[in-house]
Structures are given as structure tokens and as C-alpha cells.
Design a protein around this ligand. Sequence first.
Ligand code: C2E
Ligand code: CA
Ligand code: CA
Ligand code: CA
Length: 279
Amino acid sequence: AKAKFGTGVCFYESSMNAAARRRNVIAAGLRQALASNEFSLVYQVLTDLPSGQPIGYEALLRWEHPTEGHVSPAEFIPIAESTGDILGIGEWVLREACTTAAGWPEPYRIAVNLSGVQIYQSAIDQLIAKVLHATGLPADRLELEITETAIIEDKTVALDMLRRIKALGVTIAIDDFGTGHSSLGTLHAFPIDKIKIDRSFLLDAINNAQAQAIIRTVVALGQSLDIPILAEGVETPDQAEMLQRLGCSQVQGYYFGRPGPPPPPGTRLPTIVGQSRPV
Ligand code: C2E
Ligand code: CA
Ligand code: CA
Ligand code: CA
């Protein structure tokens, strides 16, 4: 890589390590990315257990950098959060996802990830209201995913914003649950409609009684809060069976569908033979 001049990024290569150099390339690239149409969304199915019915899709952001190629959101989202670019990017994601979902048939819902920065540094409730109005998507078909870590950063501010968001008629899911040490008190106080168990808990659960016990505990928590528990990162039929046995009511993962293009507008729900309960 050459040192860059005239892009606002100016440094001596020798004085920086590879990680810092990469970060600079990403940060500079993010500034142009929206205007240059470099972002796209892929959609991953959320599936009800035990019926196996699709209930909606999570929108996941993709970035094709002009020189670096595909950059993972796990890498660029934290950088966009620190530069503030996440606010514009997050607005684009919300508009794009809601526009797409507005064409889906009645029961399909869309889940959109919100950054903590959007919760703490913007009037996100007003933006959501505006986007719902502009796209015609009914509020009850939008779910917002907020990580456990983001929610507990400042509970007073987060609770106030989550209440405003809920008042619009949308639902809220806690994302990456189990990685952020929230207390039972917090969970009861917050207007939460779903808990998504972080993929890390599923990784060794097949052969590990302790990991299974954690999933069982979260399922019991969901029952006491009267909300569904979704397990992320389901890759095998064995994992799906185990989760059903443990009482998980929703699943997401490569076994049920990889992130990909959205279902076309007007898609009809597939009929599942032997379906045990309606969606
Ligand atoms: P996340 O919200 O926990 O999303 C789930 C991630 O797990 C996605 O990675 C998805 O592609 C991946 N995944 C799904 N099923 C499986 C599976 O069976 N096995 C494995 N190994 N992985 C699976 P992705 O798309 O790379 O996104 C990574 C993270 O970036 C997301 O984690 C989320 O925190 C963040 N992110 C993605 N899109 C957005 C966005 O629009 N806004 C914000 N704020 N964050 C986003
Ligand atoms: Ca998510
Ligand atoms: Ca997650
Ligand atoms: Ca995760």
C-alpha cells in the first residue's frame, strides 16, 4: 500500500502497523461508500420452531470496497461507529430494508440491526416513524435488533429511547444475548419482545452439557418474560433438533438459509406439510 495524500488520510507507512493502516483505509472508504452506492443488503430467514415456517428476515449489511473488495460488517461497523458514519449508513439500511419488506406478504417481518450510536446520538424514533410513513410498511412488521451490550451502556437513556420506539408499534429484540452481562432486573424493566442467543453458546452445545444448560436457562428466562427465544448460528440438523428439544421457539442460521437476496414482492408463504401450529 502507498501512503495516501489528498484524501484526508496522510501518514508515513513505516510508522504504522498493518492494523492501523487497514483501519485508515476503511475509515476513508466509509466516507465515500454511501454516495458511491457501495452498500447492499442481504436477507437471512428467521424460522419458527417446531413448525419450520419462515416468519421473517434479518437484513444484513454488505460493503464492496472499490479496492479492498468485500469488507465484513464485523470489521467496518465498529469503525463507522467511532467516526459517526454509522448514522448515515444506519439510516440507509433502515430505508432500504423497509422499502423491500413493504412488498412482502402479510406475515413476513423484517429485522433491522440498530447500533448503540443510533440509540444514544440520534432521534432514532423520529427517523423510524418517518421511514415507516414513507415506505408504507406497517409498524408491527418491523423488528429492531439492539445488542445487549448497547442497551446496558446507559440504561436510563436506553430505556427512554426503547419506550419511544415501542410506542411506534415496532418490536425490539435483544441481540447477541449472553455476551453483555445484563441483570434480570434490566431485562424485566426493558420493553423487550425477543431474545436472540449469541451464536457462541451454540458452538459446543451438542456435546457439552454445560452449554446446553445455559441455553435451557435462557429459554426459561424467555418463558418467565413471556417472549420467544431465537438461537443464532444454527448450522446442522442436530443443532436444530437439540434447540427444539430445549424449547427454543425460533432459529436462524445456515442450516435454515444463508443470507441472500430478499424474497420477491408478493411471495407466497410455503405450505409446510405436517405443520404443528400456525404462525
Ligand atoms: P449479528 O447481528 O449477530 O448477525 C448475525 C451474523 O451471523 C451475520 O454475520 C450472519 O451472516 C452470521 N450468520 C448467520 N447464520 C450463521 C451460521 O449458521 N453460522 C455462522 N458462522 N454465521 C452465521 P454478518 O452479516 O457478517 O454480520 C456481522 C455483524 O455485523 C452482525 O452480527 C451485526 O452485529 C453487524 N451488522 C450487520 N449488518 C448491520 C447493520 O445493518 N447495522 C448494524 N448496526 N450492524 C450490522
Ligand atoms: Ca442481528
Ligand atoms: Ca446476533
Ligand atoms: Ca452475534
